[in-house]
Structure formats: structure tokens, C-alpha cells
Design a protein around this ligand. Structure first.
Ligand code: NAI
Ligand code: MG
Length: 509
């Protein structure tokens, strides 16, 4: 029997009301909430060679400043070639006489000790990191310092288990390794470099970046506190010339570099034919790909984190947003609203989301690339926030109507600037995402697991995040393809870079 027509369920009239958005942005001001822990800075820092702080032979020093207010923090010794040589001689001596003779489990104990001492002084290190580098205290406190300690813990565990990490083969350390690190994650990059090197049984000469030497030199205090044998880790401060001397030193059996693609290429040419083992972790221009079936609010948080974390000074930053055309409008609106709510300012304020640009040089570079975006016809949106009058700051910035030929779509800006491009099909997304000289990381936002698997296979990037971004773990390898470099850091793969494979283990009859 057919139901009488009057009993047919009637659909409610379609609501025309749009979903209300919560927009806080500039509605009210927060009271300042400055972090007060004492960073225990010295006014003068020497080089750390053979277990002691020593001045550079030349006596030359350079100033290191707080990019948040341009005030001087300390004078730092500038290492010349002679000092770098002293550091390598000390490392080689330590390797031959102490470190290579130590049972592996003793190496592990030192690494545990370094991790714990860093945890003990976590707040002090977080403040020092934010003061010297400009990153918000909530990031140095909740990410950089705990993650640095985590890398020491992780590698401490491997030190006496290398036979399990690499079963069936005999391995040996390289001896002395030379390491050059950048300014965007000064302490964390130090941990990524030193922890696996020591766990594998190497000795180290490390050069921090010229704008951010302080936490590395404070870490030298921890090396002393831990009673690490003199010479096992040496820290030489200075700029490119010092870095070049580290890389070129004949005792550096392995070189690990993180920094610009430009310098990475230079080093690769310099070391060609030298027989030195090399790993390079260089720039990136990651695509963050958002499909129309993605959970959009989550995706927006991921996009914001992907590009504004650490002021965008992140090699794996999601600097190219690829958004499916039919949701470009709504995602754009959500992003602009979210951008307005980011709090930009004093790195030491606990409410700060986006801190200071690391240096005037980097600020100039960002300005230049943003100008080029305007000139080439992209559409600019910037957060209307107030910026501090002193220090290096840049407004969170969004470019729409970006095409693939624009410089802002091709070059690494390394600042809080997002370029938005659109796509229609999966194939177009993959093609555009891969249309870059780099290949460090990528993000995919979609409801479909099959699509995630397809993209994670087809995107040419070392790390691919699905429905998340910027997730790190010491056990997970990190590194790039193409002009983003080669070699891996983190995990067993990262440890393997610090070992030579000498041959198979031959079973005894
Ligand atoms: P950079 O590559 O010049 O500096 C990185 C490190 O390399 C520093 O410790 C520096 O002193 C050292 N260095 C410089 N020249 C060297 C040489 N010839 N031999 C050995 N070591 C050398 O990077 P810079 O100039 O500070 O930044 C320029 C751009 O590079 C940034 O705007 C960004 O796009 C990119 N970059 C990427 C990083 C990443 O994590 N992949 C980190 C830093 C910068
Ligand atoms: Mg440079």
C-alpha cells in the first residue's frame, strides 16, 4: 500500500545562514607574559677545544645579538684555520687514545648524561635559544630543547647495540667528523649531528652558525659537566670561512652539513674525489596539498603550523600551498582569519606565536622575495598586526594568484610567507608538487587513505606527512632528494651515516 502523500517526510527548507566563524584576531590584547628564567649568559665566549675554553689564536671576536631587539648579547671568538686545526688535532688525539678504546656501553652512558644534563637546564637553554635566534619561547621550550635531549637519549640507546642496528655486518666509526650547522634550529641541529656521531664512536669538530653560537657554547659547558673526555667534541665558532676550514680539514673523514643549497653545492664540489663521506641537508620548497575532502579546519591549522612555525625558517616548511580549486575560496578565507590571530612580537613572551627574523640579512632576503611576488603579479595579504619598533620582524604573509613561474613559488624564502597555488585533479597536484628543484618534505590532506598512499609514492620528497605537518621523532629518518641534499639524519639510517661498513660477519665454523 502506498503511503498517503501527506505522510511523506518533508525536507526542511535549505538554510541560507552561513556557518558562524570565531574570529578573535585583534579583538583584545594579551598582557605581556615574559619568560623570566635566567639564560646565564657570559659576556664573552671562547672556542671549546680539547675540553677547555680557549681564545682564538688571532684574538679576534665577533658580536652576537638578540634579533628581537638588536641588542648585543656577547662577544664570541672567531676561529681561524689555525684554531680549526687545533680542534681537529685534539679530536684525532681523543679518538686514538681514549674514545676508540672505550667500551660502547660507556659511550652510551656519556650520551645519557648529556641528555639528562640538558633536561636539567632546559629552561635556561630555551631562554638562551630564543634570545639568540629569535624563535618564540613556547617553541624553544616545548620543541627545540626537549627534542634535542630526545636525540641524545635515542642515540644513547644505540651506542652499545650497533650490532643489532646493523645485523650481519661489521661496522667501524669514521674517526673524526666535521659538522657545520645553520641558525634556524641551533641546539637541535647540534643534537642531530653530535648524538649519532658519538653513538657510532666518532669524535667531532662542530661549527655553529655565526648568528646563533650561544647554545652550542652553553652545550660545551654541559660537555665539561658530563666529564666527556677532552677533545671528543670541539666547538669552533665563526662564519663561512671557519666552516670552509672545517670541511676542508684533512682529518675530517666525514662531513655533515645543514644549510643553504648554494653552500651545499660548493662543499660537494670541494670534497669531490677526496674520499670523505658527505651528507647534505639543504633547502626545500615543500608542497602542502589540500584536497576538497580534507578536514578543513585541521588542514588550516596544519598549513599555519607548516609555514609560520619558527617564522618559516624551516627547511621542510610547507611554503607552497596547493589547494583544490573548488575549496580555494573557503580555505583562503579561513587562512586570512587565522593569520590575523597570530601574535607576532617579543620571542620571550609566552603568548608569542611568531617571533623575530633571525638576522637583518634574512629579513632583507624575505623583503626582496616578497617584492618580487608583487612585481610578478601575485596578490598579497598580510596580517595587520603591530610590529615591535626595534628588532627584525615580518608580518605573516599570504600570496594568492601565484603561478608556478613566480619566484615565490620556486625559491626558498625561509620566512613567514605562504604562496598559494590551485589544482583540479590528483595528477595535476602531483605534477605541480613535484615541479621544484627541491624534494625535502610534503604534506597531504585528504579523507582518503588510498589517495594518501598514492601521493606518498608519487611525491618526490624525503618526508611526507599525511593530515599533519612538521612531526618529528628521533627514530624517524629525515632528509631530501634533488637539491635538498642527500643522506639521512635520525633513526638507524641517520646513525648509519656515521659508520663505515667493513664487510659481512663471517660465521665461525
Ligand atoms: P649558509 O648555508 O651560508 O649557512 C649555513 C652554515 O654554513 C653556517 O654555519 C655558515 O657559517 C656555514 N657556511 C657558510 N659558507 C660556508 C662555506 N663556504 N663552507 C662551509 N660552511 C659555510 O646559509 P645562510 O647564508 O645563513 O642562509 C641563506 C639561505 O639558506 C636562507 O635564506 C635559507 O634559504 C637557506 N638555509 C637553509 C637552511 C636549512 O635548514 N636547510 C638553514 C639555513 C639557511
Ligand atoms: Mg650564506
Amino acid at each position: 500500500m502506498r503511503a498517503p502523500t501527506e505522510l511523506k517526510p518533508t525536507l526542511p527548507a535549505r538554510r541560507s545562514r552561513s556557518v558562524p566563524e570565531l574570529i578573535f584576531g585583534d579583538l583584545w590584547d594579551y598582557d605581556p607574559s615574559p619568560e623570566t628564567a635566567d639564560p646565564k649568559l657570559k659576556s664573552q665566549y671562547d672556542l671549546f677545544i680539547d675540553g677547555e675554553f680557549v681564545p682564538a689564536r688571532s684574538g679576534i671576536t665577533f658580536e652576537t645579538i638578540n634579533p628581537g631587539n638588536e641588542r648585543k648579547l656577547a662577544d664570541v671568538a672567531l676561529a681561524g684555520a689555525e684554531d680549526v686545526d687545533r680542534a681537529f688535532q685534539a679530536a684525532r688525539r681523543a679518538y686514538d687514545t681514549v674514545w676508540s678504546k672505550l667500551p660502547a656501553k660507556e659511550r652510551g652512558k656519556y650520551l645519557y648524561r648529556l641528555a639528562r644534563l640538558l633536561q636539567d637546564r632546559a629552561r635556561e637553554f630555551a631562554v638562551a635559544e630564543s634570545l639568540n635566534g629569535g624563535k618564540p619561547i613556547k617553541e624553544s621550550r616545548d620543541f627545540d630543547v626537549p627534542m634535542a635531549a630526545a636525540h641524545f637519549f635515542y642515540n644513547a640507546g644505540w651506542a652499545d647495540k650497533l650490532a643489532y642496528a646493523f645485523p650481519g655486518v661489521r661496522t667501524s666509526p669514521h674517526g673524526v667528523v666535521g659538522q657545520v650547522i645553520p641558525w634556524n634550529f641551533p641546539l637541535l641541529m647540534l643534537a642531530w649531528k653530535i648524538a649519532p656521531a658519538l653513538a657510532a664512536g666518532n669524535c667531532v669538530v662542530l661549527k655553529p652558525a655565526e648568528t646563533t653560537p650561544i647554545t652550542a657554547l652553553k652545550f660545551a659547558e654541559i660537555l665539561q659537566e658530563a666529564g666527556l673526555p677532552p677533545g671528543v667534541v670541539n666547538i669552533v665558532t665563526g662564519a663561512g670561512e671557519t666552516g670552509a676550514a672545517v670541511v676542508a680539514h684533512p682529518l675530517a673523514a666525514k662531513v655533515a652539513f645543514t644549510g643553504s643549497t648554494e653552500v651545499g653545492k660548493l662543499i660537494q664540489r670541494q670534497l669531490a674525489g677526496s674520499g670523505k663521506k658527505l651528507t647534505l641537508e639543504l633547502g626545500g620548497k615543500a608542497a602542502n596539498v589540500v584536497f576538497d575532502d580534507a578536514p578543513l579546519d585541521q588542514a588550516v591549522e596544519g598549513i599555519i603550523n607548516g609555514i609560520f612555525f619558527n617564522q618559516g625558517h624551516v627547511c621542510c616548511a610547507g611554503s607552497r600551498l596547493l589547494v583544490q580549486e573548488n575549496i580555494a575560496e573557503v580555505v583562503g578565507t579561513k587562512l586570512r582569519n587565522r593569520l590575523r590571530s597570530l601574535r607576532v612580537g617579543d620571542p620571550l613572551d609566552k603568548n608569542t606565536d611568531v617571533g623575530a627574523i633571525n638576522s637583518r640579512a634574512q629579513l632583507d632576503k624575505i623583503n626582496e622575495l616578497v617584492e618580487s611576488g608583487l612585481k610578478e603579479g601575485a596578490e598579497l595579504y598580510q596580517s595587520p598586526c603591530r610590529l615591535p619598533s626595534k628588532g627584525f620582524y615580518f608580518r605573516p604573509t599570504l600570496f594568492t594568484r601565484v603561478t608556478q613561474s613566480h619566484r615565490i613559488a620556486r625559491e626558498e624564502i625561509f620566512g613567514p610567507v605562504l604562496s598559494v597555488l590551485t589544482f583540479r585533479t590528483v595528477e595535476e597536484a602531483v605534477e605541480k608538487a613535484n615541479n621544484t628543484a627541491y624534494g625535502l618534505s610534503a604534506g597531504v590532506w585528504t579523507d582518503k587513505g588510498s589517495r594518501i598512499l598514492k601521493l606518498s609514492t608519487e611525491l618526490k620528497a624525503g618526508v611526507i606527512w599525511a593530515n599533519t605537518f612538521n612531526k618529528f621523532d628521533p627514530s624517524s629518518p629525515f632528509g631530501g632528494y634533488k637539491e635538498s641534499g642527500f643522506g639521512r639524519e635520525g633513526g638507524r639510517q641517520g646513525l648509519a651515516e656515521y659508520l663505515k661498513i667493513d664487510g659481512p660477519i663471517v660465521a665461525q665454523p
